[in-house]
Ligand binder design. Structure first.
Ligand code: DCC
Length: 155
């Protein structure tokens, strides 16, 4: 299966964090495992994503949790459709609220792995829990409420 953001409609694919059509952005890519009902986004920060030397800037970590959560919400809403996983478009979500807990400084260098789970889902809203690991150590936890984009917004 391809990544969730691959299936976003073109008009919703320019996000600075995860838009596949934004060459200046991070282009986060999120994979959904339909059996485990778990999402995974891997990203290797660049040397300039620095907070203090050797550690990742918290805003980047929040962006990772943000876009990873909207993608997880998208996959969770896609589950409600009868179309196959490899057939787009996927529903597009925006973030209504985002909580980030920085548990430990996140080292700059290793590939970060964000793992997401669906905590709650209705037809329009998904609550997503995320854990971010660096070298297998949990450094960040997130919780986001994401909402299907209202009718008439771009796309
Ligand atoms: C043109 C091109 C676009 C292009 C768009 C491209 C999208 C890129 C997205 C990338 C990720 C981001 O950075 S997103 C960017 C940051 N986010 C935003 O700019 C979103 C701004 N906010 C909004 O537009 C709005 O507040 C919405 C759409 C999120 C929600 O408004 P609404 O449509 O009136 O929804 P509403 O019916 O009130 O609520 C739906 C459900 O969500 C819950 N809910 C609503 N807000 C919150 C909240 N802050 N905290 C907790 N829960 C909330 C409600 O209780 C309800 O739950 P229940 O009663 O059903 O249980």
């Amino acid at each position: 299966m391809n990544y969730v953001q691959f299936y976003y409609p073109e008009g919703f694919a320019h996000c600075y964090g995860c838009g596949r059509l934004n060459p200046e952005g991070h282009q986060f890519k999120t994979y959904w495992d339909p059996e485990k009902r778990e999402s995974r986004t891997e990203f290797t920060p660049k040397p300039y994503h620095t907070a203090i030397p050797g550690f990742v800037y918290g805003g980047l970590l929040a962006s990772l949790v943000d876009c990873h959560s909207t993608a997880t919400g998208s996959a969770a809403l896609k589950e409600l459709e009868s179309t196959p996983w490899d057939q787009g478009p996927y529903p597009r979500c925006v973030t209504a609220s985002l909580e980030v807990q920085f548990l430990k400084p996140t080292p700059l260098g290793p590939t970060l792995v964000a793992v997401g789970r669906v905590l709650e889902r209705s037809e329009r809203k998904v609550v997503v829990g995320t854990e971010v690991y660096a070298d297998g150590v949990l450094t960040v936890k997130g919780k986001a409420v994401v909402v299907r984009i209202p009718e008439g917004w771009g796309g």
